[in-house]
Design a protein around this ligand. Structure first.
Ligand code: HEM
Length: 546
């Protein structure tokens, strides 16, 4: 074959990078691109064989050679750009992070401790750090408002494009997101929350019964709060009681969820994840969990969200569920229980609503076990406002209880590495810093929480900073555990209802301490960051108050 084809292949590779891959988001088309490449190689092989009068094997080898030249051109051009021309190069960070968006995945590895790695990077390089070829990590609190406010032109990053059909959380187009979010709003109204509360209280009682049964024996709270949170969300999402608090056993779906979340902890480039997802079999471990949720929501619709269930404990009796409210948006579509958007949103509820509260409970009780003075203060204020049975409205105003929850969310965010955002076409200017267009970045909550310029005694657990010692919060706008703006957490009030009512129930009856031999180091060092957290065990002892 003519010699000029080699340099042409190389130049086409360079052109493909400069005119296409560099300019546009291409990850959503990764399978199409792969198909085009394979087809081109196949067709070229036949052409080379015919025109060059050579056998198919020789033709295939020659064509593959051209393909390799094309790849060298595209990758070489990418490398030269990343080494010398990328405007992100002015931000400090490890050299390897300049070269590839796989950098974080390689550093984090099987430990899945991204939040710890980001902390180390920020300690070494400062407030804005290069975390990949196209990515930054930012802990400057001045970025919080411009990144998340309702008016911002910053959008969700490519990372959210993991699924072909997006759930509400991963809807990157703002207008589409806003349209879908309107359907969610009634599901989190005061009326809806009043209907959810009996379900939540019923699971609170089950956990209390477990404490009574244990009678001062050590309890792995990472395990039990997870069962609690999954039981609650199972009830609110599918109208079912999975009875994990009764059996003490994880439902198999909980294991599937943990497996499915693990790859997210690596924050690998989304084109790569999409490629893996395309491989037959459950490469990422998410398919089984997806199927479980799809079957459950279909079942829930079929059974009218269990409103006619014969079983009548509050946890599975009638009343609305989050998905029964969402159903209104889909009920006129053919076979609503199988509508992919509805299915995705039901699954999102479990992913967003179960681990997050479980993690907050576990860390809060870890802190309370070491701060009996906070337990005492919460108990005293509760005694002033509740007599016998109580509901969330009775304790909503309890300052020290709310402050303890806030302080836990500050130090131990259930999503410690923060949420990925993308700068708009005009870039993002904050003070003297300009972040160029198309830069994906996160603001890791874990690192911001430990910044002395944002909080006084930043690493200490001091609930009072949220009411009687406001001077200990130097930068108020930095504390956004549920985020702010259009993409903020819609489940915040459900989460707070669970956190307040169960904590109040436990502390009115029990003191809490670390179990013998427990120092919390497993929880602090070995818990995994899967976007939300997967907790290592923590053994606590609950002793009945005399
Ligand atoms: C302590 C508990 C919780 C925390 C700290 C928390 C935090 C967050 C954060 C930071 C986001 C934004 C994520 C992003 O943009 O990537 C979010 C979104 C979301 N959360 Fe929560 N969450 C909690 C509990 C819950 C609960 C209990 C539910 C459901 C009942 C829930 C449902 C959602 C949903 C549906 C979204 C997507 C909202 C949207 O995109 O419009 N969350 N949450």
């Amino acid at each position: 074959m003519a010699d000029f084809v080699w340099p042409i292949s190389l130049s086409l590779g360079v052109a493909a990078h400069l005119l296409y891959f560099h300019r546009y988001e291409t990850h959503n088309y990764v399978h199409r691109i792969l198909a085009i490449i394979i087809t081109t190689i196949a067709v070229s092989t036949v052409l080379v064989s015919r025109t060059g009068n050579v056998g198919l094997i020789v033709a295939a080898a020659t064509t593959l050679g051209y393909a390799v030249c094309f790849a060298i051109g595209a990758m070489g051009s990418t490398l030269v750009y990343r080494l010398f021309f990328n405007p992100l190069n002015r931000f400090p960070g490890p050299f390897a992070a300049r070269l590839s968006d796989f950098y974080i995945a390689f550093t984090v590895g099987g430990k899945l401790n991204q939040y710890h790695k980001l902390y180390e990077l920020h300690q070494k390089y400062g407030r804005i750090v290069r975390r990949g070829a196209t990515e930054l990590s930012i802990v400057d609190p001045d970025f919080v408002e411009p990144s998340h406010s309702s008016q911002t032109r910053v959008t969700k990053g490519p990372w959210y494009d993991m699924e072909t059909v997006p759930a509400l959380l991963s809807e990157r187009v703002r207008t589409q997101h806003d349209r879908r979010r309107k359907h969610w709003v009634p599901a989190f109204s005061d009326k809806a929350l009043r209907e959810y509360e009996p379900r939540i209280q019923s699971f609170n009682n089950k956990l209390l019964a477990k404490l009574t049964e244990l009678d001062g024996k050590p309890m792995d709270v990472s395990h039990w709060f997870k069962l609690y949170a999954f039981d609650v969300m199972g009830s609110l999402a599918f109208g079912k009681n999975y009875r994990m608090l009764d059996s003490g056993e994880k439902h198999h779906a909980l294991g599937l969820l943990t497996d499915g979340m693990a790859p997210l902890g690596l924050t690998m480039p989304v084109w790569f994840l999409r490629l893996l997802k395309g491989i037959p079999g459950d490469t990422l471990g998410v398919e089984k969990f997806t199927k479980f949720c799809n079957d459950e929501i279909e079942d829930a619709v079929r059974n009218n969200f269990f409103s006619n269930a014969s079983e009548k404990d509050a946890a599975s009796a009638g009343g609305s569920t989050v998905t029964s409210w969402l159903y209104n948006a889909y009920k006129d579509s053919p076979n609503p229980g199988r509508n992919p958007y509805y299915q995705q949103d039901a699954r999102l509820l479990i992913v967003a609503g179960a681990d997050t509260t479980a993690v907050t409970f576990a860390y809060m009780f870890y802190q309370l076990a070491q701060h009996p003075e906070d337990v005492e203060m919460i108990r005293n204020e509760l005694k002033q406002c509740v007599k016998g049975d109580f509901s969330d409205v009775d304790i909503r105003h309890c300052e020290h209880l709310n402050a303890t929850i806030n302080e836990t969310l500050r130090l131990h965010s259930p999503g410690p590495s923060g949420a990925f955002r993308l700068t708009p076409p005009e870039g993002l200017r904050v003070g003297d810093t300009f972040v160029p267009e198309g830069t994906a970045y996160n603001i890791p909550f874990y690192v911001v929480a430990r910044d002395e310029s944002v909080y006084e005694q930043a690493s200490s657990f001091v609930p009072e900073r949220w009411y009687s010692k406001p001077e200990m919060v130097k930068y108020k706008g930095a504390f956004v555990p549920f985020l702010i703006g259009a993409y903020n957490c819609i489940g915040k009030n459900v989460a707070l209802m669970e956190l307040r009512t169960l904590t109040a129930k436990i502390l009115l009856e029990y003191d809490v301490s670390l179990a013998p031999g427990e120092d919390g180091s497993r929880l602090l060092n070995d818990s995994k960051d899967h976007f939300t957290m997967s907790l290592a065990p923590l053994d606590l002892v609950f002793t009945r108050v005399k």
